[in-house]
Each structure stands twice: as structure tokens, then as C-alpha cells.
Design a protein around this ligand. Structure first.
Ligand SMILES: C[S@@+](CC[C@H](N)C(=O)[O-])C[C@H]1O[C@@H](n2cnc3c(N)ncnc32)[C@H](O)[C@@H]1O
Length: 202
């Protein structure tokens, strides 16, 4: 029933373009991509720091190799919330990366974390995330995913949140704000969906 191919890694496209070219060519030898009965496209994750290493022409080449959507974890459009997540890159770098990817003709899937930053940063998390999405000019074929934050019991996030004078947030209300706001700032033809991280933990 599947009509697409997902490259199974959380940052699959980060590898150097020359190596990626070789690997995609093996994929093409194995699967009839683009043919009338074959798979319709390739989908993959890319970290923001990996995306920064590629140019619009690299993305055009990936588009020609049938890469159709790249998923990026923006997590938050607010720089302070983003830093709390200990993630390389920044919201500004993610926006740049999305522009290059879209200039290369590839759609994006952007993930926002509902609940990130806790109570003190809630308002700016929502407003800056929606502003970041608005600046990405998302349209047909693009997807915004909202992922309700699950705080790992053994991680450092809870302590960092405490040090940032914030407290965990009950995500339901923020989830609705982000969903409604994302629908309002994205052009018709784009989708807003829930992302369930539990489904990806093995
Ligand atoms: C496979 S992961 C990582 C993708 C990619 N490596 C990146 O960081 O951009 C995909 C998404 O899961 C979400 N995620 C990761 N940890 C989470 C957690 N503890 N609770 C909820 N969502 C989470 C994040 O939104 C992340 O972008």
C-alpha cells in the first residue's frame, strides 16, 4: 500500500552530497521511482545543522533524485526556548534552511514542540513559532506537525526549565493554539497534523 520511501534515520540527509548521490542511485536501481507503477518519492529527516551545509542547487539535485519532502525539527521559533532544548542550530538557521530547500523545489515537514519552554515562555513560544512558520511561506505539499512534549525522566530538560524560572506546562491548550495558529499562517494546500513521538520509540 505504501507509495513512498522513507530514509530511516533521524538525520538521513546530513551525509555529504557526493555520497548521498551514490546511495540514492542505489535506491533508484532497486525501486522504480517515478514510474507509473513505482514509488512516488523519497522522504527523509534532516537536522538544521545538516541543512546549513547544503545549497539550493544541492536540493535541486535531490529533487531530481525524487526527494519530495524533508522533515526538520524547528521545535520553537523562540530562541530562548530553542536553547533550552540543547539542540544545535537556531530558529533563524531553520528558516534559512527551509528557504533553500523550497527554492530547490522540495516540500518541507516542520515540527513544533507543544509545551516546550514551560509556563514562563509559553506566550513567546507560540507567537514566535507562528511567526517563523509564517516566514517560511508554507503551501501545497508542506506539513506542520505539532508534537506534544514528553519530558524524559532521566534528561536534563526538567532541571534547565527550573533554572530558567519556568515550570512544566499542561500542553492541551497550547496544542490547540499552535494548531489553529499554524492553519491560519500557512497557505491553503498545506497541512497541520499531530506528531506522536511515542509511535517512533521502539
Ligand atoms: C526523529 S526526531 C528528530 C528529527 C531531527 N533529527 C531533528 O532534530 O530535526 C523528530 C521530532 O520528534 C520530536 N521530539 C523529539 N523528542 C521529543 C519529546 N521528548 N517529546 C515530544 N516530541 C519529541 C521533535 O519535534 C523532533 O523534531
Amino acid at each position: 500500500m505504501r507509495k513512498s520511501l522513507f530514509l530511516g534515520d533521524a538525520n538521513a540527509l546530513v551525509i555529504a552530497q557526493a555520497r548521498l548521490r551514490e546511495l540514492l542511485s542505489i535506491v533508484h536501481d532497486e525501486f522504480a521511482l517515478g514510474g507509473s507503477h513505482g514509488l512516488k518519492g523519497i522522504y527523509a529527516f534532516l537536522d538544521i545543522f545538516g541543512a546549513e551545509q547544503k545549497s539550493a542547487s544541492d536540493y535541486r539535485e535531490l529533487r531530481a533524485a525524487h526527494v519530495r519532502r524533508i522533515y526538520l525539527g524547528l521545535e520553537s521559533g523562540n530562541a530562548e526556548v530553542f536553547r533550552l532544548l540543547n539542540k544545535p542550530g537556531s530558529p533563524a538557521a531553520c528558516i534559512e534552511a527551509v528557504r533553500a530547500i523550497k527554492a530547490g523545489g522540495i516540500n518541507v515537514g516542520i515540527i513544533i514542540l507543544a509545551g516546550a519552554g514551560g509556563t514562563r515562555l509559553a506566550q513567546q513560544h507560540v507567537s514566535h513559532s507562528l511567526a517563523a512558520l509564517a516566514s517560511m511561506n508554507l503551501g501545497p505539499g508542506d506539513i506542520v506537525y505539532i508534537s506534544p512534549l514528553i519530558v524524559p525522566p532521566d534528561g536534563s530538560y526538567a532541571q534547565q526549565l527550573h533554572e530558567a524560572a519556568s515550570r512544566p506546562l499542561h500542553v492541551v491548550r497550547q496544542l490547540e493554539q499552535l494548531k489553529a495558529g499554524a492553519k491560519a499562517v500557512c497557505a491553503p494546500g498545506s497541512k497541520v497534523a499531530l506528531y506522536h513521538i511515542e509511535e517512533f520509540i521502539y
